[in-house]
Design a binder for this molecule. Structure first.
Ligand code: SF4
Length: 287
């Protein structure tokens, strides 16, 4: 593979927001000086899931909704890797919704980027948890995951960007990448990344975003005030963007596994025991 591998090219529709997200990830890696061979990019199922084909780092296409537990496992197994988990809102908030809550709780050292377009693009536009459905079900509120993240006390980095504001998106991506690499826990960035084919929300979202980074009265280091302000904006049908919250909390690595030897440095005897154990397990299940 090292001789024949070639990174892929995006297969997205012209105008899809995901181009901007991929560009921001690559921009952040370059500015942070992160080498491709030191990076694992994981992706969930969906149009956004193909991003891991295009970057040229190690890649893993996880089962639907399972990108976070896979990424957390990778971050525990090899703490020297830079872990970038990606996916869409259907993958991460519906099928993977339970894992998202535990991802917020565990605060493992990784960057998780969700490309939110309000629908399942790959399967031709079914509603996702973030879709606004004013006619069909006017009483049903779309999910705001930043408020979910704010409600869990162990979150340390929560941000939202939109692909039309590339400078802010690039800066937030770099901050998130550095947060994860410095061992401060999970950096979560939701990017409003419209699907021009099945749910073109560019006009609505560009009018509705409210840039908290530009608001001198906003405090992104005060969880309670941030929750109050974000909730107020949501109730006014605005979409807050910017660095929503950052704070300190022990990462999963620092609180639970500081004395665990990573797999990569197991001595031969230990590795032999694991191999024997795996063979015993496999033979026990053999029919
Ligand atoms: Fe992007 Fe939508 Fe096309 Fe998928 S269907 S590539 S989300 S524009």
């Amino acid at each position: 593979m090292t001789k024949t591998y070639q990174k892929g090219h995006p297969i997205w529709c012209a105008g899809c927001g995901h181009f901007g997200v991929q560009g921001a990830i690559q921009n952040a890696m370059k500015r942070a000086g992160v080498e491709l061979h030191e990076t694992l990019v994981l992706a969930g199922i969906g149009c956004s899931g193909t991003v891991q084909n295009n970057i040229g780092a190690y890649g893993y296409h996880a089962m639907h909704g399972r990108v976070l537990p896979t990424a957390i496992g990778a971050s525990l197994a090899n703490p020297d890797l830079t872990i970038i988990a990606t996916g869409g809102d259907g993958d991460g908030y519906a099928i993977g919704g339970g894992h998202l809550m535990h991802g917020f709780k565990r605060n493992a050292n990784l960057l998780y980027v969700v490309m939110n377009n309000g629908i399942y693009g790959l399967t031709k536009g079914q509603d996702s948890p973030t879709k606004e459905i004013p006619v069909a079900t006017p009483e049903e509120s779309p999910l705001d995951v930043l408020m979910l993240g704010l409600s869990i006390q162990s979150t340390t980095f929560l941000a939202r960007a939109i692909t039309t504001r590339s400078e802010q998106l690039n800066d937030l991506m770099l901050m998130g990448l550095n947060h994860a690499r410095e061992g401060k826990g999970m950096a979560f960035i939701e990017v409003l990344s419209p699907c021009v084919t099945y749910n073109d929300t560019y006009p609505q979202w560009m009018n509705k975003v409210y840039d908290l980074d530009a608001d001198p009265d906003y405090r992104n280091d005060d969880r309670g005030k941030a929750f109050f302000d974000v909730n107020s904006l949501v109730q006014q049908s605005r979409i807050p963007i910017g660095l929503i919250y950052h704070g300190d909390h022990a990462s999963l690595q620092s609180s639970l596994v500081s004395d665990v030897t990573p797999f990569r440095s197991l001595d031969d005897q230990h590795a032999e025991r694991i191999n024997q154990h795996m063979e015993d397990v496999l033979s026990a299940y053999a029919v």
